[in-house]
Design a protein. Sequence first.
Length: 103
Amino acid sequence: MAAKLRKGDKVVVVAGKDKGKEGTIASVDPQAGKAVVDGINMAIRHTRQSQNSQGGRLPRAMPIQLSNLALLDANGKATRVGFRTEDGKKVRFAKTTGDVIDA
């Protein structure tokens, strides 16, 4: 199945403790159906000091279910994603405005 949400997409959280917060997708794991969004679903990770890093209690973004995320359209509202073919190429589009997401 084609990916409706991809790395770099602006999304809003529609369910969970961070409901209403917006962010950009940093990475997607399609096998698990989860994505890491910058600044969303933060948790404290205790990290050991190493030669490269200071260590301590560091906040880190944890994965969140893709079903709890919605893409932001050009108007800044949550939208669903659809697929259609334009010029023989499959593209994603916002269901609310009909605008093509991928250029």
